[in-house]
Design a protein around this ligand. Structure first.
Ligand code: ADP
Ligand code: MG
Length: 353
């Protein structure tokens, strides 16, 4: 249905999308996930030329959207877009919201448009609201109307940009349920969302966006249960990570300890694990500093707080301070389950527990 080739998008100097090449097949339900600011909305808006790409090609049902001769308004009728903020017409009743596009843009007679509108309102569970106005509805109801309005245009694909993120948590379920039913009916959709459980069970494919493109994509069970790449793993497991960087001249271990403890406290880490992280980072750095130049301390753990990794990366001569008698052996043995050392241009000593 859609073929995207080397799509790029910059805002001035800022290159947000550095090259996306992918296809979307009829019947696919694609969810796009990733940290904020990675260009998920930009990508979606580029797809229907709401925010035209800087370069690349988008072919939709055989038509090149980047070609000036293509009538984008005609194309957009086939690509419905649902926004975070609903975008209903406040001065029109719910029924009129669902008829206006059909009559004005598709030239469908009013009686037929009303029939379609009522059927769609019934499918999103809002048959009784046809005479209401948008401000009389809850957020979840408004979003269901917005979806029904999109469907009234009989699009070939629906694009959703965080359809539930403006909703009160109690209303998320009613909207995701509607989207799930659409998925079961075979509707082709691309959905940007932060609702991971929903993404996992509605999608045929997950795109994880990072570093200006599709960083990793695949079926939901692979992306959620067995992601291959580092940033995907961190995002999926919601790994909390801390980093301190310094060179041997400006290394300040009070600053290190203090900021590490703040990080632990901000992420409600238990006192026992906070103490372990503090002790190890102090011992490792104090013993390495006399020999090392550039140094960074990384500490990370997943949301579940089940495993911890503390590592020190340093330049200069490698030195396993955990073995050389510099550090109290009981301390290391008492905490670390595993100690590993990598040597190269920089060296990394890491301990996990
Ligand atoms: P996401 O949806 O993944 O959170 P966005 O696509 O909204 O990310 O934004 C990606 C980057 O592009 C951000 O750094 C954002 O500030 C920037 N950006 C988005 N829209 C515009 C715009 N209209 N003008 C300038 N910069 C923009
Ligand atoms: Mg966004």
């Amino acid at each position: 249905m859609i073929a995207i080739q080397n799509l790029k998008k910059s805002y001035g100097e800022l290159e947000v999308i550095k090259g996306i090449t992918t296809t979307i097949e009829k019947g696919e339900v694609i969810t796009i996930i990733g940290p904020s600011g990675t260009g998920k909305s930009t990508f979606l808006r580029a797809l229907n030329m709401l925010d035209p790409p800087t370069s690349g090609t988008i072919e939709f049902e055989g038509q090149n959207l980047m070609d000036k001769r293509t009538n984008i308004n005609e194309v957009r009728k086939k690509m419905g877009m649902v926004f975070q903020s609903f975008n209903l017409f406040a001065h029109l009743s719910i029924l009129d919201n669902l008829c206006v596009g059909q009559t004005k843009l598709l030239g469908i007679p009013r009686t037929e448009a009303e029939k379609t509108a009522r059927e769609l309102l019934a499918t999103v569970g809002l048959a009784s609201k046809e005479d209401a106005y948008p401000d009389q509805l809850s957020g979840g109801q408004k979003q269901r109307v917005a979806i029904a309005r999109c469907l009234s245009m009989k699009p070939d694909i629906l694009l959703f940009d965080e359809p539930t993120s403006a909703l009160d948590p109690t209303m998320v379920g009613e909207v995701t349920a509607v989207i799930k039913r659409l998925a079961q009916s075979g509707m082709t959709m691309a959905i940007v969302t932060h609702e991971m459980a929903f993404a996992k069970n509605v999608s045929t494919r997950i795109m994880y966006m990072d570093e200006g493109g599709i960083y990793e994509e695949g079926p939901p069970d692979v992306i959620f249960d067995n992601p291959k790449r580092e940033k995907t793993k961190a995002f999926i497991h919601r790994i909390k990570s801390y980093r301190y960087e310094a060179n041997s001249e400006n290394f300040d271990f009070i600053e290190l300890t203090n900021s590490l403890l703040n990080f632990c406290s901000a992420n409600t880490l238990s006192r026992a694990n906070t103490n372990k992280a503090g002790l190890l980072s102090e011992e490792l750095t104090v013993n390495l500093i006399p020999h090392a130049d550039l140094i960074s301390v990384d500490f990370s753990f997943p949301d579940s707080q089940t495993e911890f990794e503390l590592s020190v990366t340093y330049g200069g001569e490698s030195r396993d301070v955990t073995q050389s008698g510099d550090m109290p052996a009981e301390l290391v043995k008492g905490i670390a389950k595993q100690i590993s050392h990598e040597y190269g241009q920089s060296n990394m000593l890491s301990l996990t527990w």
